[in-house]
Design a protein around this ligand. Structure first.
Ligand SMILES: *Cc1c(COP(=O)(O)O)cnc(C)c1O
Length: 250
């Protein structure tokens, strides 16, 4: 937009709708990622931004793609599969980031490049079998319940080492690292403790040789800068890019 363009018609809160809007919003988020990495003495290139497109309609995702968003995270397999079919022409990399029931393994194996919420051996085996059938592989993160909150999925931290050690035979799963949602609390130190716990689990697994490159998917719109300070290599950002979601549980 040129500086002398007329002001846009006033309307509801500014949510990115055009590719240009998305480019601006992305630049802001990327700037915050870079600054957090630099504060922590890290190379910003170590931190991947995974835009979380759940609940966002397909037309807006086309605009987001035009702005350079080529990977998207979704938490529901049905919604993700529908989007992957309707947006197939765009070649988007789809990452499933939410809990998956074992009976949805076949659906996930059909289109997702990546699954960040592995939390049971049964599911690992089901995914592996479906992937073998489809002749595909998948990047996988093991989800950890780092906050201990009942509402959260993921393995208890104490079970992570033994779980990772059992995944070897699932040869179509490429184990990339660990994923978590930190405590949902205004207490910043409790949030930070979740991220530190994840880093310690990752370091132990690297030593045991059970976690591939040992990546850490942690940090969302409300806490991604702190997650980067504590070692995150993948931040999953929805609302800071796409605007507030209608329902807090969505
Ligand atoms: C929704 C979601 C996010 C993104 O949350 P925002 O607050 O929109 O940034 C990240 N990770 C998971 C697993 C999610 O379900």
């Amino acid at each position: 937009m040129q500086p002398d363009d007329p002001a846009p018609a006033s309307g509801p809160a500014p949510i990115s709708a055009s590719a240009e809007d998305f480019q601006r919003t992305l630049a802001v988020v990327q700037g915050r990622i870079d600054a957090a990495a630099q504060r922590a003495g890290r190379d910003p290139k170590e931190v991947r931004l995974l835009p979380v497109s759940k609940t966002v309609p397909e037309e807006r995702l086309r605009a987001a793609h035009a702005a350079g968003i080529i990977q998207m995270g979704e938490n529901k397999v049905q919604e993700a599969q529908r989007k992957s079919e309707n947006l197939a022409d765009l070649g988007i990399h789809w990452a499933l980031i939410g809990h998956l029931q074992t009976n949805k393994a076949r659906s996930a194996a059909a289109f997702a490049e990546e699954f960040q919420a592995l939390d049971s051996l049964r599911l690992a085996q089901a995914l592996d079998r479906r992937l073998q059938e489809a002749g595909r592989g998948m990047d996988v993160y093991v989800q950890v319940n780092s906050s201990g909150e009942d509402s959260k999925f993921g393995l208890p931290p104490a079970e992570v080492p033994a779980f990772l050690a059992q995944l070897g035979p699932c040869s179509s799963l490429r184990i990339r690292g660990l994923m978590t949602l930190a405590a949902n609390t205004p207490d910043r130190e409790r949030v930070r403790a979740c991220f530190r716990l994840m880093r310690d689990l990752r370091d132990a697994a690297l030593e045991a040789g059970t976690i591939g490159p040992g990546l850490l998917s942690m940090g969302m719109s409300g806490d991604f800068e702190m997650a980067i300070e504590e070692g995150s290599t993948c931040v999953r950002v929805g609302q800071a890019i796409f605007g507030a979601r209608p329902s807090p549980t969505a």
